[in-house]
Design a protein around this ligand. Structure first.
Ligand code: GDP
Ligand code: MG
Length: 445
């Protein structure tokens, strides 16, 4: 990993494949000079103006590659805070490859994944948590995930962590004053007040580290459709997705692999798992499918247990699901096949995947799960982990203060908490961590 940023790097910033245009990005002290070697503006000779788009010819030596647009953004007014040049060319595999080859021949090095954003971080334009939010924003596939990444990019997580750090530093200053001047600060009430502040801050961090809420925002809600064969699982999946995804037959045991499909509700993504019907079977392939069903169910956020209203003697909810602690909703299917005045079970929702009756009730059930989600300033797993660690160090500091141990004990835990929080925004990081974070990026970002 190049932390010195001496090379000028280049990469295609748009997704590969034929497209109207592709964008190639160059960053580093030689960006403008390298662009000058491969790009000739059609008119306007001389130095390119900052931030102005020029039409011209892209070429590799004497050979023309494409007609394109190019722009120069000079340091520090650029994404990386270095000199940056961008080329908008036709998005064919041919022109992109030829352009990158020409740039390499002119002295640029192909960029590593995330290297542009790494430079933005190393040059202090964004902190580490903001760099990670760039990645989340690129990957966001629903409104909530996108909005939450944008909040983080605008410094939401950094602000929250900054406030926690300020409080921590203020507590630490008092604890250290007591270490340095024990005769002046020897008030037991003071120790209690400090312990109280440690606990309050610890609670605030624990509160912010809500894993479930963060995961639902990032990945959406996962619901496993479970039930005996022919309950109508595949039909319900197709009805909710509005497409013909799963094979539906009246032959029991049709679904064997776990099938998934997603849709968006209230800005969240919902992923449904259609599974093999659960029953005793001698068919080896079907049994493997049932194993997968259990695995999918136990990884989901909720289970819908489907029962055919017209099939009396319904199957029992399997033990493994009942004891898993997952929320289970009973869904009674094939409502359209009952006479209109037939009594309905009251412990679940009755639906018909064929007429669409009751599907709105299922969606309302999902909406109410989303409505209960707390707002959370931290959505990345790494940040949640760090916040929890810092919260537990703060608890230990509070305990040390409660037990009237020497103030040094509390100070050790407080320093540990401060260091852990610093890791979120990247004040305390090592190269390994940077490697891990940025290697998950795509090339060109
Ligand atoms: N009339 C009616 N038939 C349904 C409904 N849902 C499923 N079926 C039928 O019941 C059979 C089994 O459905 P399927 O979705 O394959 O059940 P699975 O084994 O649980 O996936 C098929 O013949 C479906 O057409 C429904 O709501 N109304
Ligand atoms: Mg099925």
């Amino acid at each position: 990993m190049d932390l010195l940023m001496r090379d000028t790097i280049a990469a295609c910033a748009t997704a590969p494949g034929a497209a109207g245009i592709a964008v190639i990005r160059i960053s580093g002290s030689r960006a403008e000079e390298i662009l000058g070697q491969v790009f000739t503006p059609r008119s306007h000779p001389g130095k390119m103006e900052h931030g102005r788009l020029y039409l011209g010819t892209l070429h590799d030596g004497p050979k023309d590659i494409d007609e394109c647009m190019a722009v120069v953004m000079r340091a520090p007014k650029s994404y990386t805070r270095q000199d940056v040049a961008e080329i908008q060319l036709h998005g064919s595999a041919y022109s992109v490859t030829a352009c990158l080859n020409a740039l390499t021949a002119a002295g640029a090095r192909p960029a590593e994944p995330g290297e542009f954003t790494l430079r933005a971080y190393l040059n202090g334009r964004i902190d580490l948590s903001q760099a990670e939010s760039v990645m989340s924003l690129i990957q966001a596939n629903n409104e909530r995930a996108g909005q939450s990444a944008l909040r983080q990019l605008n410094g939401g997580a950094s602000r929250f962590i900054g406030e926690a750090q300020a409080e921590l530093v203020s507590i630490l200053a008092q604890v250290e004053a007591a270490i340095d001047y024990p005769e002046e600060v020897d008030d037991p009430a003071e120790g209690e007040a400090l312990a109280e502040r440690c606990r309050a801050l610890s609670d605030r961090l624990t509160d912010a580290a809500k894993e479930r809420a963060a995961r639902l925002i990032r990945d959406g809600l996962h619901v496993a459709l479970l039930g005996p064969p022919n309950a109508g699982k595949s039909t319900l999946l197709n009805a909710l997705l509005g497409e013909d995804k799963a094979i539906v037959t009246d032959i029991p045991g049709t679904t064997r692999d776990v099938l998934t499909g997603s849709f968006t509700l209230d800005g969240y993504s919902v992923t449904l798992y259609d599974t093999a019907g659960i029953h005793e079977t001698a068919d080896q392939i079907e049994r493997l499918g049932i194993d997968r069903t259990y695995r999918a169910a136990l990884q989901a956020d909720a289970v819908w247990w489907l029962t055919d209203l017209t099939a009396p003697g319904s199957a029992e909810l399997p033990e493994a699901v009942r004891t898993s602690g997952l929320p289970v909703l009973k869904v009674y299917t094939q409502l359209d096949r009952l006479p209109p005045d037939a009594p309905l079970p009251r412990d679940g929702i009755a639906v018909s995947a064929v007429t669409g009756q009751g599907l709105d009730l299922l969606k309302a059930e999902l909406s109410s799960m989303f409505a209960q989600l707390p707002d959370t300033p931290l959505t990345q797993q790494r940040h949640i982990q760090a916040a929890r660690e810092a919260a537990s160090s703060l608890q230990e500091a509070a305990n040390a203060l409660d037990e009237h141990l020497s103030q040094e004990f509390a100070a050790v835990h407080l320093h540990a908490a401060l260091e852990t929080l610093g890791g979120i925004t990247g004040e305390q990081t090592d190269e390994r961590l940077l490697d891990e974070i940025f290697s998950n990026f795509c090339v060109g970002k």
